[in-house]
Design a protein around this ligand. Structure first.
Ligand code: KG4
Ligand code: ZN
Length: 336
């Protein structure tokens, strides 16, 4: 494998249209992200049909900008990587079709990347010397899992959510409090101002390494509705603080327990919720207290972006996995 292998990566699984140029899986030359947040905010969440139409409008410019920022032309690109699942079917079709067309026209390899592997790889860009094995806490809008990452292409799930994902529950709490979409960053910001802890649910010790967030979400919704019905003020800051604290406490405790029990000395955070301030700080400090090294991705690699897909694509390609052809089809329900 030659050094300086340049991958042009495309990510369009949800409401971000993104293109990046990544060298040898570790160096990001450009990472253009065109967000549709403003478009979906008025609907209170992502509208799939609207998202796919906007990907079509954005993708040409996003790819052109990524090449320009990287100082490249198509001739410099050695392979195309693309997210083929999991995600919204219409959104995935846009990225996958575009990537297939580029691969065919340029006559270079096409690499199919699982979005979740991409989130983990955001750490290989953030920490050029980081290699598996490690335990990863993956927390995004669609997933919450503790994953044993044995090597770049072998992962096994040791804990999962039984209902809502962590990001999804942040978004739902934000919605009931009228904070808007996406809710995670808004709950995160308000939580910093909260002082009084409200216990919405007690920890369930029977879950092992698994998670369940829907009971807490329902308790919060009922609490808020009761206050509203009786005309009492809703303590939004305390609710955000209590929800964030109990959620982060549980995520961190289970991740560190898993790492200790399985004998790992490294823990890695990944996914959109890894932008959460409390989670970043608490995982770092509890890991350190337990003699475990902790890796927190740079903010630009937390939420959806194509650079992480370029990195994951590289490590798949050099191991001979993920190599696709013109039959590649999006897989909306792709699992790990
Ligand atoms: O990984 P991601 O960009 O998309 C998926 O693959 O799902 O994650 C998006 C999720 C959303 O639910 C969003 O509210 C949440 O990540 N999120 C946060 C924060 N920033 C983004 N949740 C809590 N605190 C944040 N600062
Ligand atoms: Zn994601």
């Amino acid at each position: 494998m030659k050094l300086g292998f340049k991958i042009l990566a495309i990510e369009s699984s949800c409401d971000e249209t993104s293109c990046a140029v990544v060298v040898d899986g570790r160096v990001c030359l450009s990472n253009i992200v065109s967000s549709q947040i403003d478009i979906h905010t008025r609907f209170g969440g992502v509208v799939p049909e609207v998202a796919s139409r906007n990907h079509i409008t954005a993708i040409d410019n996003v790819v052109a900008l990524a090449l320009e920022k990287a100082g490249c032309t198509f001739k410099d690109i050695d392979a195309i990587a693309v997210t083929y699942g999991a995600g919204l079917i219409g959104s995935l079709i846009v990225g996958v079709s575009y990537a297939k067309a580029l691969s065919y026209a340029l006559d270079i390899p096409l690499i199919a990347v699982n979005h979740i592997y991409g989130h983990i790889a955001g750490n290989y860009l953030s920490f050029p010397d980081l290699n598996p094995p490690f335990v990863c806490l993956l927390v995004s809008g669609g997933h919450t899992a503790i994953i044993e990452v044995k090597d770049f292409n072998h992962h096994s799930i040791i804990g999962n959510t039984l209902d809502d994902a962590a990001g999804e529950s942040f978004d739902k709490v934000a919605r009931v409090l009228g904070l808007g979409y996406p809710g995670g960053p808004k709950v995160d910001a308000l939580a910093e101002k909260g002082k009084n802890y409200i216990e919405f649910t007690k920890p369930n010790h029977e879950l092992g390494y698994n998670f369940s967030f829907s009971g807490k979400k329902t308790a919060i919704i009922n609490y808020v509705h009761k206050l509203e019905q009786t005309g009492k003020p809703v303590p939004k800051e305390d609710i955000c603080y209590s929800f964030s604290k109990s959620t982060v406490d549980e995520l961190v405790e289970k991740t560190i327990r898993a790492a200790k029990n399985l004998g790992y000395k490294k823990v890695v955070l990944a996914g959109g919720v890894s932008a959460n301030k409390r989670l970043r700080a608490q995982l770092t400090s509890v890991a350190n207290e337990n003699g475990i090294e902790c890796f927190i991705p740079k903010m630009e690699y937390c939420t959806d972006n194509a650079a992480m897909i370029g990195s994951a694509g590289y490590f798949a390609y050099i191991s001979g996995v993920g190599i696709a052809d013109m039959t590649l089809a999006p897989k909306p329900n792709l699992s790990l």
